[in-house]
Design a protein around this ligand. Sequence first.
Ligand code: AHG
Ligand code: MN
Ligand code: MN
Length: 322
Amino acid sequence: MRRLPPVLIDDGCSRELLSLIRTILAACKEISFRVGQGALSGVLGSTLDENIQGETQKKLDVLSNQLLKDILLESGYVKAIASEEEDYTVAGNPDAEYIVAFDPLDGSSNTDINSLVGTIFSIMKAPHGSDPADQTIFMQPGHQQVAAGYVLYGPCTTLALTIGKGTRIFTLDKTHGSFMLTEEFAKIPEDTKEFAINASNQRHWQPAMQNYVNDLLAGDTGPRGKNFNMRWIAAMVGDVHRVLCRGGLFTYPADTKDPNKPFKLRLLYEANPMAMLVEQAGGIAHTGEQRILDIDPQEIHQRVPVILGSKNEVEACLGYHK
Ligand code: AHG
Ligand code: MN
Ligand code: MN
């Protein structure tokens, strides 16, 4: 089994990018340890604070954010960072080449029930000569990402990573602290009988998604002519990992539940990195109107609809949106 650094070097990863990825992973190993300690290290439960998006912060959201932020900024490998838990971008080393957007802990509602959580990250190049304090350096479409990944803190800790040469899966060997390559090229099956959606929002969805899901639920006597299974982990990182492992369709569509928040998932540190991982594994990632990786971001915490996964199933879903 191969360790992460030689695998990435063989893929043509620059020394600087490799160092940055290893820095992110150093923070993730620490988060993995703290998540694994659970109640023993006093990290469960909520803080009294909200982030800029009006969401109550869990203690683990704050801790994970602090670890990533401190380790990245101290490393000197980043020009700036953007995080779900930071109101604005944070300036780093003006001479660094890369910027990183991250969701320090995805699936925060799972922290207190010993269920799946993870860290999602997106790496882009900063425009040449740009100011590290300039928020607009993050306003790049996702197809310009140079690397994307997530670390899933589950029964084992796994890393899905792409630098644009396919999506690879590594497993953290906790005895040595090394991420070992355990799947060379993740390939999402083109067909599936599994979908993931928070069905409690059904009455708030737009007609296209209502019709699509109704046809899935109609099973083998409906227009799709086959029975579908449903899964919902309430952590995108867990649902996308299942899609990478065995296929499926994952969606968090537009809904009218809260008129101020028509979409749930954030473009820069949820949708974009997952879209790159999924496309690099042969899947599709779309909003219903356009490819996620082609969206021109307007703001750091921008939200978008997400439909991703197995190619033929995503195309079937998009057929309802035409
Ligand atoms: P976060 O914990 O980073 O705020 O993200 C949670 C997101 C996503 O991971 C997940 O798919 C979705 O919210 C869960 O939404 P529901 O609460 O509607 O299940
Ligand atoms: Mn999240
Ligand atoms: Mn989060």
